[in-house]
Design a protein around this ligand. Sequence first.
Ligand code: SF4
Length: 421
Amino acid sequence: MTPRRKTRQIRLGNDRTGIVRIGGPPENQAQVAVQTMTAGYTYDVDGCVAEINKLAAAGADIVRVAVPERKDTEALVEILKQTSVPIVADVHFHYKRALEAVEAGVHKIRLNPGNISDRDQVNSVIDACKERNIPIRVGVNEGSIIERKDKQKRLAELGKYFAGHKSGHLLALMIAKLEEYMDIFEAKNFEDVCISAKSMDPSLTIDIYTEISKRFDYPLHLGVTHAGPKETGCIRSVVALGTLLANGIGDTIRISYASDPIYEVEDALEMLYCLGLRDRIGAELIACPTCGRIQVDLFTLVQEVRKKLKDDIQVPVKVAVMGCVVNGPGEAEGADVAVFAGDRRGIIYVQGERVANVPEDEILERLLHECREFQAKVRRGEAKLGQKKVEIIPPDPIGELGSGFEKIKTHKVEALTLGQT
Ligand code: SF4
């Protein structure tokens, strides 16, 4: 991991929402903030409030809402009263929506240089934001950056930049657009700015952010735009954003899916936990992959454990669900609560101490019971997460778990599982 890049810092929010900081120098650097965007219509106040509060409860630090029409900015006044997370108004085409959102008290504005480019209009938004200390994200998008009127001319002009890069003209165009736009902000001495430059291509996303990180010291909002459904969008987003973050680039992120935005928040947090950029809240689950040695219906068990842990566990308990005794004990040693299975049974450990040996249909409940008990002990200060050095002594791998050597002899249990990894 490369240390995070030094940037300016922006702040958004108020006493009601708390202040969320983005970016900053190493001595005062904010944690990488997680953003998402509502899926419903902003003018539907009740629906929008419910969605924002759900996303905030899932861990979103900042929530963005679309304000395409006047009725959306009008709704903001009431929405802001009923929510407690900083809200960003996403403005396209109509600069007046930005002015109205500022007037309503929104905490940040997003402008798209691809569709609001009139200098006077941009200046009026800057003036309004300056007066109220509201930051602005300048967000270019591959999809709206191409100036369609003279596309061929622009491609020919810019093709010579980043020669050899398959999308060099796009890189050049996005950087040129940002530089041109930021001139307006700099002429106004307005530095309360965050920048994004999103593409639907993960490798281009990595290249564009790498290039703009060399040219600007504003904090960067990372995202892959139009990443698609969760199943593939997850890979697209994590490849691009994970690479950038590991290279020290990125101060706030949005993973974007054509799906319920709750998944965007959950996956963004999981990525930050995996990179060590955020302290985990809730359980960490490790489990076996597909493997010919699994001795219970492990995948169903893992999914059920995952769902229940999400609801019941709020401290970072490490939970291992292992399919057999071959590697189960070794892999479970770092876990606070572990189960490893054998012949339709499960042996459950809490920090190295064996607490149960139960049939398959009791594994889920007993494991969750032990997780809840362990969480309670941690909260009472009677146990420490991951601090006990444990060594799990595996049971007699066949006998104790009920298979019996007779089964090996009759080839009902594969003898090789005894010694192989
Ligand atoms: S060998 Fe056992 S512990 Fe390892 S992946 Fe297979 S089932 Fe899981």
